[in-house]
Design a binder for this molecule. Structure first.
Ligand SMILES: Nc1ncnc2c1ncn2[C@@H]1O[C@H](COP(=O)(O)OP(=O)(O)OP(=O)(O)O)[C@@H](O)[C@H]1O
Length: 247
């Protein structure tokens, strides 16, 4: 693994039956780096980040997270999952559990933490995402922005070193996007290693250290926000930016 790399993909290939979703994808992410992944629908963005915590299994190449290579061995998957938190587009909260129970479920059952201890930690994270007063409500009683902040707090309760975000704001009404992005910006400021699939180009411009542009299962280009926005190398990137920035 390259020096300082916390995530390394080497020539990763992934097929869904005969559909080639990732084609020789290689990248290195360093500790504390904020990476935004963008690209047209179906380009493999979700697949790539889902492979990083083995929600999907790659078939060729290598994925190494903090020195552990992801393989079929359950131990490698468990080890990596302990270090990687994930936030999904649709929150993925358990509707029949309260907010607090959503946060404490995995720490109690997966980590074996004492209920009183994790409840205290969970309340700390709910305060951090500014919704401690919602702890005893059910997800259905919360706005989308609040539910997504619960999902972020839930991931943080597992004390991850790396956070993966898969379009965390795209299911939200516009007025709720900012409240979720603000929490993500705070995490970025605190030095969290973050990989975010998002079309929030303001966030990409101001927060990302690097931007990866994907199309048809490959990385077309990657570079700093300045390079990506002001001087993209590929015509595909220019077309994409033209479409996305005019909205
Ligand atoms: N479980 C699956 N089974 C079969 N095909 C899949 C599966 N998941 C994704 N695909 C296909 O793989 C391709 C890449 O999908 P992926 O969700 O990674 O793209 P994406 O860039 O994240 O797209 P979007 O922006 O629309 O979320 C798409 O053509 C998609 O239809």
């Amino acid at each position: 693994m390259s020096e300082n790399a916390v995530i390394e993909l080497r020539k990763v290939g992934k097929w869904y039956n005969s559909y080639h979703a990732l084609r020789d994808v290689s990248l290195t992410i360093k500790k504390g780096e904020k990476v935004v992944v963008c690209g047209p629908s179906g380009s493999g963005k979700s697949t790539m980040i889902r492979c990083i915590n083995r929600l999907e299994a790659h078939q060729t190449g290598h994925i190494i997270v903090n020195g552990t290579e992801l393989t079929d061995d359950v131990k490698s998957v468990e080890k990596v999952r302990k270090q990687v938190g994930m936030v999904f587009q649709n929150f993925n909260l358990f509707p029949h559990l309260t907010v607090l129970q959503n946060l404490t479920l995995a720490p109690i059952w997966v980590r074996g933490m004492a209920k009183s201890e994790i409840e205290e930690i969970a309340m700390m994270y709910l305060r951090r995402v500014r919704i401690p007063d919602q702890a005893h409500k059910f997800p259905g009683q919360l706005s989308g922005g609040q539910q997504q902040r619960v999902a972020i707090a839930r991931a943080l309760c597992m004390r991850p070193e790396i956070m993966l975000f898969d379009e965390p704001t795209s299911a939200l009404d516009p007025e709720m996007v900012k409240e979720v992005l603000d929490v993500m910006i705070e995490l970025a400021d605190e030095g969290m290693t973050m990989v975010c699939v998002t079309h929030e180009m303001g966030f990409a411009r101001s927060v990302a250290d690097s931007i990866i542009f994907m199309a048809e299962g490959t990385i077309i280009e990657s570079g700093s926000p300045a390079q990506f926005f002001e001087n993209p190398k590929s015509e595909r990137t220019r077309q994409f930016l033209g479409q996305i920035l005019e909205h």
